[in-house]
Design a protein around this ligand. Structure first.
Ligand code: FEO
Ligand code: CA
Ligand code: CA
Ligand code: CA
Length: 596
């Protein structure tokens, strides 16, 4: 039996039980509030949100739809710049009576304005404990599908990036499909352009060019029909526009007039997110996942060293770091005999799914390391270059983050139900050991000599997710009768003590998604505890773990089969008969800190 909860793990909460409630369920002793929700004012002059009277002009001043990543850049005592992306829109939930075959121009333009990014000043109210969004005239900012971005790095200006509107190949409008991200040590946000392929139609002959098909199958029309109102979204009319999405973008919230950047040096794929570790010699290392079944894990090592200081001048220097360096892709090797990896998740005889690995260089500046590829081709068609060098096919690499205490790196591999199942696809390997991997796993690795720039490393699976009562799961070696069930890890974050926090998307255990914390060291290593659950139909994103509060993005609440704006199956967060609204929520302990 579970008996009295053991709090000696330093995480000051008792686990929340799995449930299907239409609210955020937190541990005893914790309070919660909404920081900001879809339609709330971001810029001065934003009208009050009116579900039945939406306009593109209003949306461009309001918080966008389906916020995923959330990050805080400190601005002063109990004051931060909160960055949130707006990954995608669900028009059937946004507009009553929406006609999917024939959206109006205004509905499409509301969609453009509801994508992108928001920067909002937030303050922690001393008396109530709430984190409050401020209508700050200087810092608050909206970035949308029509905001100008600049290309940076070795492929900026490439012939593959030139279009009829931008003959320079250096200027592009908008960002969409932004999933996870990170905050850099120099105070900017990184955000990954993930499922960009779904925004492009092809009214012409279907392309058979792997440079296109390796990134997606473009249909005659898209779900949102943007191609009807801007020809750049039709591949037949503007073929290179497709090559201008799929990057890591960098946004400097301290300079609200700055032009955000798309970093070609970090490659082009379905970027889940990006997180930075500063190496001992001062160079910066970026870890990145390509979230698709059987796709890869990458890292970038900068050429130059980070400068210290908080001034805008220093920040301008550091903002160049991700434009020059070396891009690598990961190859993992298991140390157990292949015959012991039977696809069931049973541990091999050495007791661990583990092994070694190497970072294979793809390109550095203008130099390509891949036969048959120029450097610019490596940066723009990165997946093809990584295929060529034999990178390891993974079970959907999502968020990746280095542990600030230990330097070890953690990657969420969310699931892959095609492994060992789909015809012609790879079967189980030691690093992706389960066929029909419904629940995903969490990978841990350590660079050789704990040097972030090393090209060799050792790895092990930290968690093999699912129902702990099932023999195909593994919780860092911890007693499985003492852990919370966890399925489909997506975002990862750390608290200041080095505990790993994991949010989930698509819980295959038939309860709501949520947020979990787990020590990575000591006698409680692997003891997963559920911190909260999100409302039904929602995915848990963000997350941000401060000492005395947690932020989560509650993305797509109520996104359930049969739901629509006219039949909402969630009424979160406003209750009653209201429409569900994606939001950022804060959760904080009534007294003390979250961990000690
Ligand atoms: Fe948008 Fe890979 O989750
Ligand atoms: Ca092994
Ligand atoms: Ca994600
Ligand atoms: Ca996901």
């Amino acid at each position: 039996g579970r008996g009295r909860p053991d709090r000696r793990d330093g995480l000051n909460f008792d686990p929340v039980a799995p449930n299907t409630e239409d609210r955020i369920v937190t541990p005893e002793g914790y309070d919660q509030s909404i920081v900001i929700r879809w339609g709330d004012a971001v810029l001065p002059g934003a009208p009050k949100f009116d579900f039945d009277k939406q306009t593109a002009a209003a949306q461009a001043k309001q918080f966008g739809y389906n916020n995923d990543f959330c990050g805080l850049v400190p601005l002063g005592w109990n004051r931060w710049l909160m960055g949130s992306n707006h990954e995608y829109t669900s028009e059937t939930f946004m507009f009553s009576g929406y006609k999917a075959d024939n959206p109006t121009e205004e509905q499409v333009k509301i969609g453009w304005a509801a994508h992108g990014f928001s920067v909002v000043v937030v303050e922690k109210d001393f008396w109530s404990g709430k984190l409050v969004a401020k209508l700050d005239r200087h810092y608050n900012r909206r970035i949308t599908v029509t905001t100008e971005f600049a290309f940076s790095g070795p492929a900026a200006g490439s012939k593959y990036l030139q279009t009829s509107v931008d003959k320079t190949g250096r200027k592009v409008f908008g960002t969409f499909g932004n999933c996870a991200g990170g905050v850099t040590p120099w105070g900017t946000y990184l955000s990954g352009e993930e499922n960009f392929d779904g925004y492009f139609a092809n009214s012409g002959t279907a392309s058979t060019d792997p440079r296109v098909t390796r990134y997606g199958k473009l249909g005659a029309s898209t779900t949102r029909k943007w191609e009807r109102f801007d020809k750049r979204f039709d591949f037949a009319k503007e073929p290179n526009e497709f090559n201008r999405f799929g990057y890591i973008v960098e946004i400097d919230p301290n300079d609200p007039n700055s032009t955000p950047v798309k970093h070609t040096a970090l490659g082009r794929f379905k970027h889940e997110g990006a997180n930075v570790r500063v190496a001992r010699d001062g160079r910066v290392v970026v870890y990145m996942g390509d979230d698709e079944r059987f796709d890869y894990i990458y890292k970038f090592v900068s050429k130059n060293r980070m400068k210290h200081g908080n001034s805008q001048r220093v920040r301008e220097e550091n903002k160049k770091l991700l434009s020059e360096g070396t891009l690598y892709v990961a190859k993992f090797t298991g140390d157990s005999p292949a015959a012991e990896i039977d696809g069931t998740g049973k541990l091999p005889s050495d007791g661990e799914f583990d092994g070694t690995g190497e970072w294979i260089p793809l390109a550095s500046g203008d130099k390509s390391f891949v036969d048959g590829f120029t450097a610019e081709e490596v940066y723009v068609f990165t997946r093809l270059a990584a295929d060529k060098v034999g990178a390891t096919k993974m079970d959907r690499p999502e968020d990746i983050e280095p542990n600030p205490k230990t330097g070890r790196v953690y990657a969420a591999l969310t699931n892959n139900t095609d492994r060992g199942v789909a015809a012609g696809k790879e079967g189980p390997t030691e690093i992706n050991p389960r066929i029909n991997n419904k629940h995903g796993h969490v990978l841990e690795w350590e660079e050789r000599n704990n040097d972030a720039t090393a090209t060799k490393f050792s790895w092990k699976l930290f968690l093999v997710c699912g129902d702990p009562a099932s023999p195909d799961t593994y919780f860092g070696g911890y007693d499985k009768t003492q852990v919370s069930p966890i399925s489909c890890p997506d975002n990862v974050a750390f608290d200041r003590k080095g505990n790993l926090w994991i949010s989930t998307d698509g819980n295959a255990l038939k309860s709501n998604d949520g947020l979990f914390a787990v020590p990575t060291e000591g006698r409680y290593r692997g003891r997963v505890k559920q911190f909260l659950t999100v409302p039904k139909g929602a995915e848990t994103c963000g997350p941000v773990i401060e000492d005395n509060f947690v932020l989560v993005s509650v993305q797509h609440p109520g996104e359930l089969t049969n739901a629509s704006a006219d039949n909402p199956l969630s009424h979160w967060p406003d209750g009653g008969t209201s429409q569900p609204r994606p939001s950022v929520a804060a959760i904080w302990p009534r007294r003390g800190n979250i961990c000690d």
